[in-house]
Design a protein around this ligand. Structure first.
Ligand code: ATP
Ligand code: MG
Length: 570
């Protein structure tokens, strides 16, 4: 039994309290199929989210099998399923893969055979057998809703909360889904609460709950609905609601509530005071898989999506090929002077520096080497932002949904970091090797390649942080692009920064630290040559590694903080 007593949910906006749910008191017995209806904006989704624990109630109690959820903690992830209106599966995966993933993330299965058995049962139950190998991207609206239900059925929950899973469907698909929900409510004593706009198929529901402006104005058998509101057909209930104030409807329902509940099976009042934790049935033990299992399942899924998302894949390959080639193209003109300089500088730097011809040549080489390194650094920073700007923000609702189902934030971010670390390493080392073939600047491999990897890693981590902290992928992308755009001008490598700004800005500019560390470590006199042409202070590579490490850490911390926050609104 799910019992809601005097539930209130109020939000604060512009300094004012706005009540979205007021004095909600309803009971829903086991095995019950209830429709939650009401005009748009009356609080149906808000009610479901409050039951699911996404919204924290402002007052009142939620009792589940005698357990007071307000006092004893929310429903466990395996006790309930919440099917939101939006699609919660990845387009690139097949139906079966999506279900397998959900099982692996939510259930501690003992063997592959057991998992297969569970998947087969669910696919059969929701009627997706014929299209189990089909990609989510090509599913029809009705098939997507079925998949949404299937993902929630993985834990065989005792409470299934569905938000408009029939809206936008043709009458036949709608009828099939309502019948499916009805069937699901008739097994294992499962409560199915379904928010719907449609007043068709009401006869399949055990009861109908009507909300109006955040209040309960009816909760009784579907057959009595029209009569209660004094209309001939259920479809006329909405216009009838507008004839009286919400408070009047709510007060009138208060008077009738007991009579209606007494007439419905399973609704008899529990003895006063029950629902305290003393009588509570113990919470079902959460059997979620371990930290590493969740991490590896997500990592596997991320790579599958990476190789199937042709646009992203193409973009990555194009960047991998074009960016280093662009650097080389830029370098070609300078390479002869680089070779010449390399020979002359090496002979005797001190003597030759006196010679104005050599000085001029040195400045040319200095400018060229500095530009070459900065070019590599900035393009890797750009790759970094492209790697991760949409990584979390682009799948936020799916992630929130999976968190609700027991996914650890640590496993999620761990999988992202493993995936991104591979991209970063390949991109940076390849950039180093490719450019080095054509324009070799003398610098130790570990310093040069290491600082290139680090600037890419730092930018990837910071943009991952932005992605986790922002509420939309567009916001996250925009901010990340700005961040990259400012790297070059604010590094002080090209144009000197005003002295007053340098100590304030430079610590935060990753590109500066990578560039600075590399050119400071150049051998055979290149470093003094660069020093002649730049006013920026060139730092020891060790310090640069530490600062870039801090940027990386800052990004990861921001990503963790952002991911741990609940972000359901879209
Ligand atoms: N986080 C929020 N901040 C501000 N207002 C909110 C928030 N969540 C919901 N609301 C407001 O609360 C009211 C109820 O919203 P809710 O989404 O529950 O309505 P609904 O009955 O599900 O409507 P619909 O049928 O259109 O989906 C709406 O007016 C909505 O704008
Ligand atoms: Mg809604």
């Amino acid at each position: 039994m799910l019992e809601i007593r005097d539930l209130q949910f109020t939000i604060r906006k512009d300094g004012q309290d706005i009540p979205l749910l007021r004095d909600i008191s309803v009971k829903i017995p086991a095995g019950h199929f209830v429709a939650i209806v009401g005009p748009s904006g009356c609080g149906k989704s808000t009610l479901l989210k409050t039951i699911a624990g996404i919204n924290v109630e402002s007052g009142g109690d939620l009792l589940w099998d005698g357990r007071n959820l307000s006092e004893d903690g929310d429903l466990q992830p395996d006790e309930f399923g919440y099917v939101p209106q939006f699609s919660i599966a990845f387009d690139e995966l097949t139906v079966e893969e999506s279900i397998d993933n959900a099982i692996q993330l939510r259930l501690k299965t003992r063997s592959g055979a057991e998992m297969e058995q569970i998947a087969d049962r669910i696919i059969e139950e929701v009627g997706l057998d014929a299209i189990r190998d089909r990609r989510v991207s090509v599913l029809s609206g009705g098939q997507k809703r079925r998949l949404g239900l299937a993902l929630e059925m993985t834990t065989a929950p005792r409470l299934l909360l569905c938000d408009e899973v029939t809206s936008g469907l043709d009458p036949k698909s709608e009828s099939e889904i309502v019948n499916l929900l009805h069937r699901l409510s008739k097994s294992e004593g499962r409560i199915v609460a379904s928010v719907t706009h449609s007043l068709g198929h009401l006869d399949l529901y055990d009861s109908v709950l009507v909300l109006y402006a955040g209040r309960v104005v009816y909760h009784g058998p579907p057959s009595a609905l029209a009569h209660y509101f004094g209309v001939a057909f259920a479809e006329e209930v909405y216009p009838a609601l507008a004839t009286r104030e919400p408070d009047q409807w709510a007060a009138s329902w208060e008077k009738h509530r007991q009579d209606y509940y007494a007439a419905m099976p399973g609704f008899t009042e529990p003895a006063p005071g029950t629902g305290s934790s003393r009588d509570a049935a113990p919470a079902r033990r959460s059997k979620r898989p371990g930290f590493l299992t969740q991490l590896f399942v997500l990592l596997g899924r991320r790579w599958t999506i990476f190789f199937r998302d042709k646009t992203q894949l193409l973009l990555q390959v194009a960047m991998l090929l074009i960016f280093p080639a662009v650097v080389v193209l830029f370098a070609l003109d300078g390479v002869p002077s680089l070779k010449r300089a390399s020979e002359t500088i090496a002979r005797d730097v001190k003597d030759l520096m006196k010679d104005s011809q050599v000085t001029e040549n040195n400045m040319e080489v200095g400018g060229f080497v500095s530009g070459l390194v900065m070019f590599q650094v900035v393009l890797l920073a750009l790759m970094g932002s492209n790697n991760s700007a949409r990584e979390v923000a682009g799948e936020r609702l799916i992630f929130e949904k999976e968190k609700l189902g027991g996914l650890r934030v640590g496993s999620y971010l761990g999988s992202k970091l493993c995936f991104l670390a591979t991209l970063v390493t390949v991109q940076s080392v390849w950039m180093y090797l490719f450019v080095n073939i054509f324009a070799q600047v003398e610098c130790r491999f570990w310093v040069h390649a290491g600082l290139l990897v680090l600037v890419n890693a730092a930018m990837t981590a910071i943009c991952l942080g932005i992605s986790a902290a922002m509420s939309s992928p567009d916001q996250a992308s925009l901010l990340s692009i700005y961040l990259v755009g400012f790297q070059l001008p604010l590094s002080g490598a090209v144009l000197a920064l005003p002295k007053a700004f340098e100590p304030v800005l430079q610590p935060f500019i990753s590109a500066y630290w990578s560039w600075s560390g590399i050119v400071r470590s150049l051998e055979n006199g290149y470093y003094p040559a660069v020093d002649m042409v730049t006013e920026a202070t060139l730092r020891q590579a060790g310090l640069c590694v530490v600062v870039l490490g801090l940027h990386l850490l800052g990004g990861v911390i921001l990503a963790f903080g952002g991911a741990a926050r609940s972000r359901w609104s879209h």
